[in-house]
Design a protein around this ligand. Structure first.
Ligand SMILES: *Cc1c(COP(=O)(O)O)cnc(C)c1O
Length: 364
């Protein structure tokens, strides 16, 4: 028997009639781009995040890119972020014409270390992108204080953190804007590509919406040079159905994470620390092990698929070499990249499988 890292067909099987009906609803109206389904999803997702505004866009990378553009960030500007993330975080910055600058993460959480932001600050710095990696919100107090002091925009990369909480507030409610991906494997996933920018500033979200739709508000007047990155109505309809289940799915992930934490007590691996006030949604369940590749092989031969998020940090990628303040290294990020291992994690994963995975790890 094989246990995958994620299982999208198990989720579809559990809500097939609703999802099929939602797709059929769009086909019968035959309005495929924008329209009532997209507006409905934008309203419901904003409300879920605890903010008033949301613009649906084509994918999570575009969400970040369009938020940067809407904030006026471009050539000559620098954006501070982390190197332990998916490449899209940096791609959006370069696509906007700005330069990413990478800071190290904290040893215990593997999230952006606010104490290191000062080292990255230059007269060109315009924004900070904290990444809520693996489903856990960054230490937003320190990041927001720093940004306020230096007049920087904060854009949350919440692509892995739908519903994650921090001190009673959800991911999406902290920055000037927050960007989500609905790539199929995310905690809230579409049946194709989709993304969104949410926030409290109506002007900013309206600008994202305009940029994503050929720079227009009305059909034949193009106010600014724009792009085409709109949300499909079919994706919006699917997401509306799935959003109703997100809290339940996140609870299932929390329960499974609790079983992993208990089951791995005493094993020679490290877990991501959850600080006081944090309420992660466990997009990934990541352990750290010095002999990661050997452990990975052991799990594979026992029938358990694992992942590595991420094996090569962005500042060591050929495309982004040398974007570290002072040209230095990021020791914690580099060490983590050699040790992180993502274990199977999805709401439908059986408790018994978690117990068996923990057994293999303890024995190894
Ligand atoms: C998935 C992801 C993105 C990009 O989302 P896409 O929808 O695939 O473009 C950005 N940042 C992080 C951290 C992600 O995990």
């Amino acid at each position: 028997m094989k246990i995958p890292l994620v299982d999208l067909s198990a989720q579809y099987g559990s809500i097939k009639p609703e999802v099929d009906a939602a797709i059929q609803r769009v086909i019968s109206v035959s309005g495929f781009i924008g329209g009532a389904e997209v507006a409905g999803f934008e309203r419901e997702f904003a409300s879920y995040c605890g903010v008033p505004f949301c613009a649906g866009v084509g994918n999570g990378t575009d969400a970040l890119f369009l938020a940067l553009k809407a904030l006026g960030i471009g050539p000559g500007d620098e954006v501070v972020t982390v190197a332990l993330t998916f490449i899209a975080t940096a791609e959006a910055v370069t696509a906007a014409g700005a330069a990413p600058v990478f800071v190290d993460v904290r040893e215990d959480t593997l999230l952006m270390n606010p104490d290191l932001l000062a080292r990255a600050l230059t007269p060109r710095t315009k924004a900070v992108i904290p990444v809520h990696l693996y489903g856990q919100v960054c230490e937003m107090d320190g990041i927001l204080d720093f940004a306020k002091k230096h007049d920087l925009a904060v854009i949350e990369d919440a692509a892995q953190a739908h519903g994650a909480g921090w001190n009673g507030k959800r991911a999406g409610g902290f920055g000037n804007a927050a960007c989500f991906s609905f790539y199929p494997g995310k905690n809230l996933g579409a049946m194709g590509d989709a993304g969104a920018v949410v926030g409290n500033d109506p002007g900013l979200i309206e600008k994202v919406r305009m940029l994503a739709n050929h720079g227009r508000r009305e059909k034949y007047t193009h106010n600014v040079p724009g792009y085409n990155s709109r949300m499909d109505a079919i994706q919006a309809a699917v997401l509306r159905e799935k959003l109703k289940h997100l809290d339940r799915w996140n609870s299932a992930r929390r329960r499974l994470a609790g079983l992993y934490i208990d089951g791995l007590a005493g094993a020679d691996v490290r877990l991501q620390t959850v600080p006081e006030g944090g309420d992660p949604v466990w997009h990934l369940f990541v352990i750290r092990c010095r002999e990661r590749d050997r452990l990975r092989e052991k799990l594979k031969s026992a029938g358990f698929e694992t992942g590595v998020h991420y094996p090569l940090p962005l500042h060591l990628q050929p495309a982004y070499l040398g974007k570290v303040p002072g040209g230095g290294s990021l020791p914690i990020t580099e060490k983590a990249a050699g040790e992180v291992l993502s274990l199977p994690m999805y709401p439908e994963l059986e408790e018994d499988a978690v117990a068996r995975i923990c057994g293999v790890i303890r024995d190894a």
